[in-house]
Design a protein. Structure first.
Length: 497
């Protein structure tokens, strides 16, 4: 069963006990996770009921469930932390937890803390919020985790908790895991992709927690990438800064493009980007081209904040280049799901029939979530209430994908173009709450999405909101950079490939 595994993957699959698996970009993390489960079942005689896979995101749970089913492992429980907490609460109290949706949560928070942008920064505010929910006999998903962690649930000895993307675990989820300490824990993820501090994730706290929670936990690394070429990995190494050390990543692919461009102004940048994208697509007008090197959806144009790329939409469309503004599409889908949720809560029609007449854009998504809920209406409702816009990120529609670096996490493309690498934008210092280490990890995420080529652009001066940012970011100094001359001079021919 081990013929398709690298030595690193085989070590993870065969090792007993509690494990942390630091999986670099494109190193076969999910493949290794599935083979680990297969080994537990076939060689360690672990029964399926004692294996629980937990993820932060419903989208990831759904994808993992589909991959396990394809491998004949559909009996393994896959759920989000919140979904698992829901089951435990319902089993213990023998009733449905009174959960509010994310939209209802936002309304309550705005009513309680109307003058504060991020109430989570202040623990006292969270206490006020929780007390309000309790007074109304309500739960949000975070309070649900706290309440379940206080229940007498048994010791879960001989269970296996397999956690995907462990670097995204918030203190609330870690607190929730404490009662299950006697179980075996196998954590997969890449701490260098920890970019969710705005959700309360603290990488240093996570590191210290795990040292106390499982002091004998062994650490393994998957360092051989199937996705990123060696040249791209070489530049990504500069931005690794997790508390866990890992060896330099190696690749099955040689070479790889890593190239920056510096422009006098944003107009020259825009013209150049249109030409670059057309060249990547085959160098022909799309409406008349007979072949293409790649599809438009194989290109990501990303930036630290979305406002950087917004002006490009009309210019690309005018040139006949299809575009997909991924986060706008995700927001539209989220709103459609919210409308569906309202109908479902106020209708006597069956779930199956409501899904059949739902908007075509969300019907297949709903069918998948309905299956993940094991056709349990109340569990299905709880999943829908916990959905966020990020669960609808879909870069697979036909069009060049425009998205923020945060939204690109977990995705990949043949070519990635990072727009706006000026000092002040990277690291993001035009706002007050920047965390320097996380800014570096964001660039690590951006670079490691690329399967063939990574480009970055800088302009001499860029205006964003009420700020003006100038010159190249210190993060990108010393990297390959072509200075693109003004149109008034004869432009130097640049070899893009």
């Amino acid at each position: 069963m081990f013929e398709n595994l690298t030595e690193e993957q085989k070590n993870v699959v065969l090792e007993d006990g509690d494990l942390i698996v630091i999986a670099g970009p494109g190193t076969g993390k999910t493949f290794t996770l599935i083979e680990k489960i297969r080994n537990l079942l076939e060689n360690k005689n672990v029964i399926p009921d004692k294996i629980i896979i937990l993820t932060y995101s419903l989208k990831v749970s759904q994808e993992l469930k589909a991959k396990l089913s394809k491998e004949g492992l559909s009996s393994i429980k896959v759920d989000t932390f919140h979904g698992f907490a829901y089951d435990l609460w319902r089993d213990y109290f023998q009733k449905i937890p009174p959960l509010i949706s994310e939209k209802e949560k936002d309304k309550i928070i705005k009513a309680l803390f109307s003058k504060e942008k991020n109430f989570l920064k202040f623990p006292k505010n969270k206490e006020i919020y929780f007390n309000y929910l309790k007074s109304k006999n309500l739960l949000d998903f975070e309070l649900l985790l706290y309440e379940v962690s206080k229940l007498p649930l048994g010791d879960f000895k001989n269970y296996y908790f397999i956690i995907d993307e462990f670097q995204d675990l918030s203190p609330e989820i870690l607190h929730f895991l404490v009662p299950f300490q006697r179980a075996n824990f196998i954590l997969f993820g890449d701490p260098n992709q920890s970019i969710y501090s705005f959700k309360g994730v603290n990488l240093q706290y996570l590191y210290q927690f795990l040292q106390k929670f499982k002091p004998e936990m062994k650490i393994f690394t998957l360092s051989l990438s199937f996705r990123c070429p060696q040249n791209i990995l070489k530049f990504a190494e500069k931005f690794k800064n997790a508390p866990w050390e890992s060896p330099s990543y190696k690749s099955f692919k040689k070479n790889g493009i890593f190239q920056g461009f510096f422009f006098s102004n944003v107009f020259e940048e825009e013209e150049f980007l249109i030409k670059l994208v057309k060249d990547l697509l085959g160098g022909l007008q799309l409406e008349s081209q007979k072949y293409s090197f790649i599809s438009p959806k194989d290109i990501f144009i990303i930036s630290r904040i979305k406002n950087i790329f917004l002006p490009l939409k009309d210019k690309f469309l005018k040139e006949g280049i299809p575009v997909n503004f991924v986060e706008d599409e995700a927001k539209n889908s989220f709103e459609k799901i919210s409308e569906f949720l309202k109908k479902l809560e106020n209708s006597l029609i069956s779930v199956e029939d409501l899904i059949k007449v739902s908007d075509p854009d969300i019907s297949s998504f709903l069918e998948n979530i309905w299956a993940l809920a094991l056709y349990d209406k109340q569990k299905f409702l709880s999943y829908l209430k916990g959905l966020a816009i990020k669960d609808f990120i879909n870069p697979y529609k036909e069009g060049v994908n425009f998205l923020s670096i945060h939204a690109s996490k977990g995705l990949e493309a043949e070519y990635v173009i990072l727009l706006g690498t000026e000092e002040g934008l990277i690291p993001l210092k035009i706002f007050d709450d920047t965390i320097e280490d996380e800014e570096k990890r964001l660039i690590y995420v951006a670079i490691t999405r690329a399967k063939k080529g990574f480009y970055f652009t800088t302009v001499k001066e860029r205006k964003i909101f009420n700020f003006t940012v100038k010159g190249i970011s210190p993060y990108f100094k010393g990297f390959p950079l072509n200075f693109i001359s003004s149109k008034r001079k004869k432009p130097k021919q640049v070899n893009l490939f």
